[in-house]
Design a protein around this ligand. Structure first.
Ligand SMILES: [Zn+2]
Length: 308
């Protein structure tokens, strides 16, 4: 049995790995591990709320009243009854170290990017990360806080810009931004990327894939019920927030599936099962020439330099 060290371990966010291999972010507080309501594993925070019940071990029962709350051990959350340990994958110290590293990288990649076009002063640029006070002092005189209240001839869809500059070269010089990170360098690099043959081909493939998606939506059927399309997933952009889309090329049908699981989506339209709230699917017979074309485009894209 692992040593139990309640009281010694720091309160804060831990990442635990459950026996079935899933990572779960929890807040360690009041001697218990409370799962976070929002499982954003990149930068988890208890600010979004925590579960009412702490992590429990079912060795003494399967209800909230009879199961045993896990307590803090040296290397994991431990059941004081049976000794089962759910290891820590990350501790609050690990998350702090990641934050420091993120800031360091953000500073290393610091550059100016377009923030909005004004009629009176041209393009406004903003910095990609916050600066500390001493660095800010070097550029403060080139920076301007712009809101929609300021009439600069901005387009109506330009929202509040915040801190921007109209003197990109001066700011870059003061902060030591050089080479590919300068506005001019970024523009050059973007142009090189855009004109590379592989990129041109990738855009054509993406365009054709959108057309195929459109055609399946227009000409396909939308079967009722909750379906589990079988086959190969192609051009999959599904994300964990309930967004994205994909195709499923199967023996019977070619499906086009649009994820429809975001907060605010109307889940009542869903006819395809996903890990989340569901998706909307249209299908055409697998004999459609679009099925073979999609497979061909997918393997062509795989083979292009730079991959997806
Ligand atoms: Zn137990």
């Amino acid at each position: 049995m692992s040593e139990i060290q309640t009281g010694k371990i720091e309160e804060g966010v831990y990442l635990l790995r459950t026996p079935d291999g899933k990572d779960i972010a929890v807040q360690y507080t009041r001697g218990g591990f409370y799962p976070l309501t929002r499982q954003n594993l990149f930068s988890p925070s208890a600010a979004g709320g925590v579960s009412k019940y702490p992590a429990l071990c079912s060795c003494t029962g399967k209800t909230a009243e009879t199961a045993t709350p896990l307590v803090a051990g040296e290397t994991g959350a431990v059941c004081p009854k049976c000794g089962k340990t759910v290891p820590y994958v990350k501790t609050p110290a690990d998350y702090r170290a990641e934050e420091v590293e993120r800031k360091r990288q953000a500073r290393e990649n610091l550059r100016l990017v377009p923030a909005g076009m004004t009629e009176d002063f041209g393009m406004a640029y903003r910095l990609t990360t916050r600066l500390d006070r001493s660095e800010w002092a070097k550029i403060a005189r080139y920076m301007l806080y712009v809101t929609t209240e300021d009439s600069m001839g901005m387009d109506a869809d330009d929202h509040n810009l915040g801190w921007v500059t109209f003197y990109p070269r001066e700011v870059e010089e003061a902060l030591g931004i050089t080479g590919d990170r300068t506005v001019a360098g970024q523009r050059e690099a973007a142009k090189r990327r855009r004109e590379a043959p592989a990129e041109v081909r990738k855009r054509a493939i993406a365009q054709r894939v959108r057309e195929i998606a459109h055609e399946i939506r227009e000409t396909g059927e939308k079967p009722s019920g909750l379906n589990d399309p079988a086959g190969d997933r192609l051009f999959d952009t599904q994300d964990i927030y309930g967004g994205g889309d994909w195709f499923v090329a199967g023996p019977e049908h070619l499906w086009y599936v649009q994820n429809n699981g975001m907060d605010g989506d109307n889940w009542g339209y869903n006819n395809v099962r996903t890990g989340g709230a569901g998706a909307i699917g249209y299908r055409v017979p697998a004999t459609s020439p679009m099925a073979a074309e999609l497979r061909r485009l997918a393997s062509e894209l795989d083979a292009l330099p730079g991959g997806l």
